[in-house]
Design a protein around this ligand. Sequence first.
Ligand code: SAH
Ligand code: SF4
Length: 371
Amino acid sequence: MKFTPEKPPLTGETLDTLTEKLRAGGEPAFRAQQILAWLYKKRVRSWDEMTNLSKPLRTWLAGAFDLMPATLVLNQQSEDVTDKLLLELGDRSLIETVIIRAPQEGVGVEHSRKTICISTQVGCAMGCVFCASGLAGLKRDLSAGEIVAQLLQVCYREDARTPRARMELASFDNIVVMGMGEPLANYDALLRALTIVNAEWGLGVGARRITISTSGLVPQILKLAGEELGFRLAVSLHGATDEVREKIMPVNRAFPLARLLPAVRAFSERHGRMVTLEFILIAEVNDSLPQAEKLRDIARDLHAHVNLIPYNTVAGLPWKRPSLTRQERFADVLRAARISVTLRREKGHDIDAACGQLRLKTEKDRVLATG
Ligand code: SAH
Ligand code: SF4
C-alpha cells in the first residue's frame, strides 16, 4: 500500500528541492536556508515561529508543506536508559523510534551518550521467523520525510529535557538504522533521508556516526559501497552456515553466504572500516559450538566486529534465549581467537532489540478498542 500525503513533509526536502520550489513561487534562494535553519537548528514547531519570514510567505508555506509528518502518541521509558517513542503518521500507521542512553560515570543522564534507533518501513517483508517487525508483513515504505521526522521528534524530546541543547547541533551521538523494516529495501528514501540528516543545513550528523543494518540484500550492499557518504554497515547474520541461516531468514535463499560475504568484504574494503556482524543467540537454533567456530572463521576472514545479542522473546513466537552459560561459551570461542566481540548485557537494552513490539501491541489495542 502506498501513502500519498495531502502535502509533502518539509522534512523530506533537501536544500536544492526547497530552493527550487520557493523559486517557482517567486522567493529568493536564501529563504530555503532560513526555513531549514528554523526547522533543524532552532527546531521551531510552527510556521508562525519563523519570524523572519513574511506573514504571506508563512501562509503559503503552511499550504504547501506539512511541517512535521509524525505525531508522538506514546513515550515509554525504561530505567532512564531507553526511551521509546511511538509515532503516528498521516495514515495512522505507527512506527517506533528508540533513544538508547549509555550513562557515563560522573555525569547526569542528560549528558550520557545517545544512540538513536530509527525505522524505515511500516512492518517488514523479509519474514525472518524470530522478528516482531515482520510478523504482519510489510504495510508500506516510509518516505524520506518520515524517516527524518523521527530524528526531529527525538530532538524535540531532548530539547524538552535540556532546553540548553537547543540552538546546538542535534543532541545525539550515533544513529542506527535498526528499527522496524529492512532499510535497504527502501533504498532511495533512506539515502535521501540520510543525506538530509548528514547535511550542514540539516541535522549535521557525520556519516561515520550512522550505521545501517541489513538482513543481507546483496545488490543494495554493493550499491551502498559505491555511495560517496561512508556510512557504517551492520549485517544481520544470525546463522554461520546456509543450513542454519536459511531456516530463520528466508532472504538467505536469494542471497546465500557465498554471495553475501563477498559483498560485505567489498563494502569493508571500499570504506576501509570494520563491518559489524550481528548474531542473535537463539537457544537450540544457532547457539552451538560448531556455529561459533564457523562465525569465528567468517569474522576473521572479513576482519569484522561481532555483536552477539541474546534473543528477546516475542509474544506468540516459540524462540528462547540461551542460558548465560551457553551465551558465554559461544562468546569464548570468538574471544579465544581474538575476534572483536561484544555480548550484549546491559539492562534496558532488551527494549531496543525488540523494536516492533510496542507498535504491535498498540495495533492490537486499537483493534480491540474499535471492536
Ligand atoms: N531489517 C534490518 C534492521 C532492523 S532489525 C536487519 O534485519 O538487520 C535490527 C536487528 O534486530 C537485526 O539484527 C534483527 O535481526 C534483530 N532482531 C529482530 N528481532 C529480534 C529479537 N526478538 N531479539 C533480538 N534481536 C532481534
Ligand atoms: Fe525485517 Fe530485520 Fe525483522 Fe528480518 S530482522 S523481519 S529484515 S526487520
